[in-house]
Design a protein around this ligand. Sequence first.
Ligand code: PRP
Ligand code: URA
Length: 209
Amino acid sequence: MSKVVVMDHPLIQHKITKIRDKRTGAKEFRELVNEIAMLMTYEATRDLQLEEIEIETPVAKTKAMILTGKKLGIVPILRAGLGMVDGILELIPVAKVGHIGLYRDPETLLPVEYYCKLPNDISEREILLVDPMLATGGSAVAAINFLKEKGAKKIRFLCLIASKKGVETLSAACPDVDIYAGVVDEVLNDHAYILPGLGDAGDRLFGTK
Ligand code: PRP
Ligand code: URA
């Protein structure tokens, strides 16, 4: 089964409460989503590989650690995943960014793909797949299967709010993908919205309805 990491850091919890609040407008919502994504990236990259190299400071020779191993790629699920990209790039500015466009059909609630553009060396990169919401899990599973078809081997999924069902579905379908969630909410409503959740993440980010 997937490793599931739920962020218990007070800063993350505080900021998630702010984005849940319906009084939070699009400007502040966007800023907070990026800040949470940045803080979550710190945790989700804790096990990146390091190697020791020799360097010279202005006063002495020393051994010190630098990142080694695979380079990173960030893949937001459009639209709402876009809101997390800048925050992650603040920490990992050299990461390449791919995009997968999916929307949930309002009748079937199943994901429909409408866009895909990925780095051509995707098989050599560790991928951070990002979407603020993991509701039924359908979009995340579809995106992961798609990334794997294109050659991705190591994928971590980052979301701000997950539902219990979404975590179960994703973990069962993609046990090799670790899940990093800001918080896990109990239920989905009849339209597969997370409760209490934060509403429609894409609409709140971009001010649409
Ligand atoms: C939302 C969200 C996820 C998906 C989650 O996107 O950003 O991609 O729903 O739901 P699921 O786990 O049940 O698949 P939406 O389809 O509303 O598209 P948008 O980002 O363009 O608003
Ligand atoms: N997509 C959203 O934006 N919000 C939800 O609660 C579920 C899916």
